[in-house]
Write a protein that binds this ligand. Structure first.
Ligand code: SF4
Length: 167
């Protein structure tokens, strides 16, 4: 008799616990029903990147003094800095500069440590290509000004601050 009562009590506890978890699951579902959808119709709509978004790197050739600091701070020694020494003025002259975005992890170290601020991270994230070699940007490609989503009139910019993720 006592064993049966214990079994009933355990069964009751388990049933109550299950009901609690089911209730919690429904609460999560109902919470999501209140949120607005965040899917955008890319490429007709694009999300405006946040202020500190780490996108394609922009490079200013004229500011660069070929110090190679950013090569040393890069976790994969990525930026290729090609320079020659001008002996008469005892200064390096930059010849070529490139970053392979097929390998770059967009950590931002090079931008952070560059002594002349010739590098900056842009909001550009559309870097896909059929040929991975096209992702190796030279100084000309790196110097191109970034595309600004908010100023592109052909697409509708969607601010993430309006989405439920901001709350
Ligand atoms: S963002 Fe990071 S991985 Fe990419 S080049 Fe700069 S330091 Fe290297």
């Amino acid at each position: 008799m006592f064993t049966t009562l214990v079994k009933f009590r355990n069964y009751g506890q388990q049933a109550a616990e299950s009901a609690k978890y089911i209730g919690q699951g429904f609460a999560v579902t109902l919470d999501h029903l209140n949120r607005s959808p965040i899917t955008v119709k890319y490429p007709y709509e694009k999300i405006i990147s946040s202020e500190r978004f780490r996108g394609r790197i922009h490079f200013e050739f004229d500011k660069c003094i070929a110090r190679e600091v950013r090569v040393r701070v890069c976790p994969i020694n990525l930026p290729v800095v090609d320079w020659k020494l001008i002996k008469s003025i005892k200064k390096k002259q930059l010849k070529n500069y490139s970053i392979d975005f097929g390998v770059c992890i967009f950590c931002g170290n090079c931008v952070e440590y560059c002594p002349t601020n010739c590098l900056s991270m842009t909001e550009e994230y559309e870097l896909s290509s059929y040929d991975r070699h096209e992702l190796n940007y030279d100084q000309i490609a790196l110097g191109r000004l970034p595309l600004c989503t908010s100023r592109d009139l052909s697409i509708q910019a969607v601010s993430t601050s309006a989405s439920s993720f901001s709350s």
